[in-house]
Design a protein around this ligand. Structure first.
Ligand code: AMP
Length: 267
């Protein structure tokens, strides 16, 4: 696997056949690896980007303490079949004078967008930049971030980009918690509390789910009309903010575990 740091190095990579791109912020877990594997299966060249994108973090969010371990990430990416790891620094992507932004107005201002103003402007802008730099045939995103998928798909449609967006089901730990780089912030006690989130979503019912989140600091829990429709939620456990969702239209597709657990718990 080759590690490259500049836009010109990415553009100079020899390319034959199809290119798959997996945009990431690092601190890899099995969720990221599932994206790498999906990209590996479908493409001749797999490019992963590793960039903690400052413009999608709000003031007072966890940009500075976001987990970073490039050596470990590079090893995991290589094992998962990534050919090129694009790990630029912030100046490469946001040089002095940068002032052009992509705003997906309506989709980007609800739910996560309401609680994290500017977040999806940063996401859409960095994704479009990465699409323009890597020029992938396909780009891979996780269902875990359902609104991100909706925003990126809308942007691709609205701006007539040719990249195909592929969505990979949410990968969960054995206890049901959706894997997230931010889970590393949770103490064992907080992790126990955090399990209320997947358990609540497993009800697939906003009222029931809300009742099951009793005691947690809930930013929102709502049905979102993405494609497919989901029940989506964001909660704070201590200082850690977690998001998750469950698909409503296709039962158990996004998470086999939730379906099994529901069966176990239901009388
Ligand atoms: P991040 O590094 O957190 O920006 O995530 C990079 C990509 O991995 C995004 O498309 C996420 O939706 C996806 N992802 C993160 N966690 C999971 C998970 N548990 N299952 C599937 N995909 C995930």
């Amino acid at each position: 696997m080759k590690i490259v740091r500049t836009i010109s190095e990415v553009r100079a990579e020899p390319r034959e056949g199809t290119v798959g791109l997996v945009p990431t912020m690092g601190a890899f877990h099995e969720g990221h690896l599932a994206l790498f594997h999906a990209a590996r299966e479908e493409n001749d060249l797999v490019v992963a980007s590793l960039f903690v994108n400052p413009t999608q973090f709000g003031a007072g969010e966890d940009l500075d303490k976001y987990p970073r371990d490039e050596e470990r990430d590079a090893r995991l990416a290589e094992e998962a079949g990534v050919d090129v790891l694009f790990a630029p620094d912030a100046n490469e992507l946001y040089p002095p004078g940068f002032q052009t932004w992509v705003e997906v107005e309506e989709l980007g201002s609800r739910l996560e967008g309401e609680h994290r103003p500017g977040h999806f402007r940063g996401v859409a802008t960095i994704c479009l930049k990465l699409f323009n730099i890597v020029r992938p045939d396909r780009a891979y995103f996780g269902q875990k971030d359902a609104q991100q998928v909706a925003v990126v798909k809308r942007m691709v449609r609205d701006l007539d980009h040719e990249v195909q967006i592929r969505v990979v089901p949410t990968v969960r730990d054995a206890d049901g918690l959706a894997l997230s780089s931010r889970n590393a912030y949770l103490s064992p006690q907080e992790r126990e509390l955090a399990l209320q989130l997947p358990r609540a979503l497993a009800t697939k019912d906003p009222q029931l789910a809300c009742a099951r989140l009793n005691g947690l600091d809930v930013d929102y829990i709502e049905i979102a009309d993405f494609e497919p429709r989901v029940l989506a939620a964001a909660v704070r456990v201590g200082k850690t903010r977690l998001i998750d969702n469950v698909i409503l239209e296709v039962p158990c597709q996004a998470s086999a575990w939730l379906g099994r657990d529901q069966d176990k718990e239901s009388p």
